[in-house]
Write a protein that binds this ligand. Structure first.
Ligand SMILES: O=C(O)CCCC[C@@H]1SC[C@@H]2NC(=O)N[C@@H]21
Length: 536
């Protein structure tokens, strides 16, 4: 036990016997341990405690990171009337801008998997703090950006250091929660991106007032302040985020490279830790993965339908985020810059409302996740069709954008939660770490397509006129149809081939072992939870 634990729970006899001098658990057959059942209210209480510790911290870090990665968009219009905007100061061409936007996603795609694998091998808390500190440092460096070349380099580096944050958060959750409970939690902190999309534009008004202060133009102040906040937050996370939970009686071993870092208080202590231990045993019986494990995850066909589902919804999400204001301006060319900013924010409020409404229901009825996903994608398609065809009704077209926002909200969190569910069951921890990174990483190829090749990145389609951006909208509809089709293919294949734990899982003794660790949560996950608790 650590010095933070005031009331150490006594370990179960079989676990005590299995603890060696190294502090690692060494249990011959974890599946044989007796499971202790606690009342569901008590279990819920423990998860609520974890929520308070983890979710607000994730919300803040995701908010800041979303702001740092997307404020390049708003910098293009800040103080434009005095030519102090990013494009004028750096002398950028439209191609420079779309290349800089897309380069971020190139490194994001390349480094998601390595980052997540490192996180699963080292301390998840320290790695998450490392990501936030590095994003803060690169974000601060944007203050000194001087030409197209340095802008592109910094965007690429930002993608390198931020890669792994989003799938890492989904993986981190599975160290504390059963996968069937992760959709709602992912949805909770995902709202930070929507709030950031809505408020970054509004807050930029303040930075525009600082234009010229200390010799820095407004957008440089914005980069500097968000970047420094990122560094401060990242350092604070080292003290706040808990490391993976310890089995009762287990001692936390610190490897040489984290010895000099501050410890953070355990997530749960006393009876809470014991309840959690019995509800989520597989977390406590984790073992380091091998390259063979990784190879079997990579060979699992279940990855690819999930990647295609994510490709469509993240591509359209990022496309809407980066080009939404351009689309609004094309609906009515008389809208002023301020009107465009004000009309842009409600898209993300609709997104946020849908996340909060749908993701908890998709957890309760988690067997139907792909149906929730497809229904939400249909709403986006309806929105895009409205934007494309309601040519004589400008408010109707704007309503279409709100529909896109509403449909967008639940899709990304549902996709991540379904990935967690499928790969946790089949390949355990390395399955979640690898699959969440590949789904997010390869899926973001969709963001490269939409940011680099659509809207202002497609000069013929961007030519002023009645049918401006029509082909870009069609491409967005096309990739969304592919997402729906992939979710149905996945349902059909799962019906045929099932999703039993892989018989390729290699036991800690080096032998193949498909043995599943039974925990309270795993037994409950067999059933839908329904609304019974809400109606009582
Ligand atoms: O890589 C990530 O951080 C997760 C996906 C981000 C998707 C963006 S966030 C703002 C906008 N809203 C959505 O629903 N999708 C995009």
């Amino acid at each position: 036990m650590t010095s933070h634990d005031p009331d150490p729970p006594s370990p179960p006899a079989d676990l005590k016997a299995g603890l060696g001098g190294t502090g690692h658990i060494n249990i011959a057959s974890p599946a044989q341990e007796p499971i202790q059942d606690y009342p569901i209210e008590r279990v819920e209480q423990v998860y609520r405690k974890l929520d308070l510790r983890i979710i607000p911290a994730f919300w803040v870090l995701y908010f800041l990171n979303s702001a740092i990665r997307s404020n390049i968009g708003i910098a293009q219009t800040m103080n434009a009337s005095v030519k102090h905007d990013l494009v004028s100061v750096l002398g950028l061409t439209p191609k420079d801008v779309s290349t800089a936007l897309a380069l971020f996603y190139v490194s994001y795609v390349l480094f998601d998997l390595p980052s997540n694998l490192i996180m699963s091998r080292l301390s998840p808390r320290v790695w998450m703090a490392r990501i936030v500190i590095a994003v803060g440092i690169i974000g601060t460096c944007f203050t000194a950006v001087n030409d197209a070349w340095s802008l592109k380099l910094l965007r690429f580096l930002l993608g390198v250091v931020i890669a792994g944050m989003w799938p890492g958060m989904a993986y981190y959750l599975t160290l504390f929660y059963p996968p069937s409970r992760t959709g709602k939690r992912i949805g909770m902190y995902f709202t930070a991106a929507q709030v950031s999309a809505a408020v970054v534009g509004l807050v930029s008004a303040g930075f525009q007032q600082m234009d010229g202060l200390g010799g820095l133009v407004g957008f440089r102040w914005m980069f500097l302040i968000y970047g420094l906040l990122g560094v401060i937050l990242g350092v604070g996370l080292l003290w706040w985020l808990p490391d993976r939970p310890l089995a009762p009686g287990e001692v936390r071993e610190k490897s040489w490279w984290v010895k000099w870092l501050p410890p953070s208080p355990e997530a749960l202590t006393g009876e809470d830790a014991m309840v959690h231990y019995h509800d989520l045993r597989r977390v406590y019986h984790a073992r380091p993965w091998t390259l063979k494990d990784l190879w079997f995850v990579l060979l699992d066909w279940r990855l690819w339908p999930l990647v295609l589902m994510y490709f469509g919804v993240v591509g359209v999400g990022i496309g809407t985020q980066l080009y939404g204001s351009v689309i609004i301006a094309s609906i009515n060319s008389n809208f002023t810059g301020v009107q465009v900013s004000l009309l842009f924010a409600p898209i993300w409020i609709m997104d946020l409302i849908a996340i909060l409404l749908v993701t908890p229901i998709s957890d309760r009825f988690h067997k139907y996740r792909p149906l929730f996903f497809s229904a939400a994608v249909c709403v986006q398609i309806a929105g895009l069709l409205t934007v494309t065809f309601a040519l004589d009704n400008q408010w109707g077209r704007y309503g279409g954008l709100l529909l896109i926002g509403f449909g967008l909200g639940p899709t990304v969190p549902i996709c991540m939660a379904w990935t967690n569910e499928i790969f946790q069951k089949r390949h355990r921890e390395v399955g979640v770490a690898t699959a969440s990174a590949l789904v997010s990483g390869l899926g973001n190829l969709g963001s490269i397509v939409t940011t680099y090749a659509l809207y202002t990145g497609w000069p013929e389609d961007a030519a002023p006129g009645r049918y401006r951006y029509r082909n870009s909208n069609f491409v967005m509809i096309g990739i969304l149809c592919m997402s729906i089709a992939s979710s149905f293919v996945m349902i059909a294949l799962l019906k045929v081939f099932g999703n039993e734990p892989s018989n390729k899982i290699v036991g800690s003794d080096g032998n193949d072992s498909g043995e599943e660790i039974l925990d309270g949560a795993a037994r409950r996950e067999v059933h839908q939870r329904g609304f019974s608790r809400l109606i009582k």
